[in-house]
Design a protein around this ligand. Structure first.
Ligand SMILES: NC(=O)c1ccc[n+]([C@@H]2O[C@H](COP(=O)([O-])OP(=O)(O)OC[C@H]3O[C@@H](n4cnc5c(N)ncnc54)[C@H](OP(=O)(O)O)[C@@H]3O)[C@@H](O)[C@H]2O)c1
Length: 267
C-alpha cells in the first residue's frame, strides 16, 4: 500500500474503504483484507457500525485512519462541537484522524474555525473539506491560515473534475475521489472501453479505473459489500497503465455528474 503525505505531514493510505450503506460485517471483512483507511460520515448513519468493526477487528485503533464528516444541518445551526462529540461517541473513539466539512453549506467558515480549535486541542489529527470548488477555498482563506489537508470530491472517468484537482495540486491539498468507480448506478465498469486494457494487464475493468486514479495521484475510497471485490480493489500495485491507456481513459470525461453540484445544492 502506498501512503500519501498530507500538508500537515500526516501519512495516510492512498486507498481506503468507502462505507456508504455498509454494515460492520463488510467493514470488518475489509479490515481483515488490509484496508486501514475507513471513510464514513454522520449522514450515512453507520458511524456506530464503523466503531463496532474497528473494535472487533483487533487491528487496534491506532492502526486505523478514520474519516468522518460534519453534516450540513450542523454547519447551518453552528452546533459543531456537539456534532463532533456525537460522531466520537458513535465511533467509540476519543479522537478522529480526519474530520471533513461534508458540503460547503451556509456557515462553513464558522464551522472551519471550530474545527481548527478541535485540531489545536489534538482531538482531530487532520481537518479537511469535501465538495469544495476553488471559490470555497478562497472564502475559507479569508478567515483562516490553516489550509485543508484534503478535498474529497466526485471524480471518475466520466466526471474527472480536472479544474478542482488542478487547484488543489497547486495549493498542496490532497484529492480523494468519491464515486471512484462511478457509483452504484452508472455501470461504468461494464463499459466496453475498459475490456481490452483489462485483458492486456490481466486485471479487471474496476482495477483499471482504480489504477488510473492512483497514477493521477488521486486517493480513492471504493466501496464494495463483496469480499472478492474488496480484495481486487486494493490489489493495484503490481502493474502500470501506459500513456496510451491513460489517454484513452482521460478522453472519457463528459462532465456529467453522478452526485450533486456543490454550487447548485439545496443548502
Ligand atoms: N463526500 C461526499 O459527498 C461523498 C459522496 C458519495 C460517496 N462518498 C464516499 O465515497 C465512497 C465511494 O463512493 P460510492 O460508494 O458512491 O461509489 P463507488 O465506490 O464508485 O462504487 C460503488 C459501487 O460499485 C460496485 N463495485 C465495487 N467494486 C466493484 C468491482 N470491483 N467491480 C464491479 N463493481 C464494483 C459496488 O457494488 P457491490 O457493493 O455490490 O460490490 C457499488 O455498487 C462512498 O461509499 C462514501 O464513503 C462521499
Amino acid at each position: 500500500m502506498k501512503n500519501i503525505i498530507l500538508n500537515n505531514e500526516l501519512s495516510v493510505p492512498q486507498i481506503g474503504l468507502g462505507t456508504y450503506d455498509l454494515k460492520a460485517d463488510s467493514i470488518k471483512a475489509a479490515m481483515d483484507i488490509g484496508y486501514r483507511l475507513i471513510d464514513t460520515a454522520w449522514q450515512y448513519g453507520n458511524e456506530t457500525e464503523v466503531g463496532k468493526a474497528v473494535k472487533e477487528s483487533g487491528v487496534g485503533r491506532e492502526n486505523v485512519f478514520i474519516t468522518t464528516k460534519l453534516w450540513t444541518d450542523d454547519i447551518r445551526s453552528g452546533k459543531i462541537r456537539e456534532a463532533f462529540e456525537k460522531s466520537l461517541k458513535n465511533l467509540q473513539t476519543d479522537y478522529l484522524d480526519l474530520y471533513l466539512i461534508h458540503w460547503p453549506a451556509k456557515g462553513f467558515e464558522k464551522a472551519w474555525e471550530v474545527m481548527t480549535e478541535l485540531y489545536s486541542e489534538r482531538k482531530i489529527r487532520a481537518i479537511g473539506v469535501s465538495n469544495f470548488n476553488q471559490h470555497h477555498f478562497e472564502e475559507l482563506s479569508k478567515i483562516s491560515d490553516i489550509v485543508p489537508v484534503l478535498n474529497q470530491i466526485e471524480s471518475h472517468p466520466c466526471f474527472q473534475n480536472k479544474d478542482v484537482i488542478g487547484y488543489c495540486r497547486k495549493n498542496n491539498i490532497a484529492v480523494q475521489a468519491w464515486c471512484p468507480l462511478g457509483g452504484s448506478f452508472s455501470h461504468l465498469v461494464d463499459n466496453d472501453i475498459f475490456k481490452p486494457i483489462a485483458a492486456k494487464h490481466k486485471k479487471t475493468p474496476a482495477q483499471i479505473i482504480l489504477r488510473w486514479h492512483l497514477q493521477r495521484e488521486v486517493m480513492i475510497i471504493p466501496r464494495s459489500s463483496k469480499k472478492e471485490r474488496l480484495k481486487t480493489n486494493i490489489d493495484l500495485f503490481d502493474f502500470n497503465l501506459d500513456n496510451n491507456d491513460m489517454d484513452i481513459i482521460n478522453k472519457l470525461d463528459t462532465g456529467y455528474r453522478m452526485g450533486s453540484d456543490p454550487d447548485n445544492f439545496n443548502f
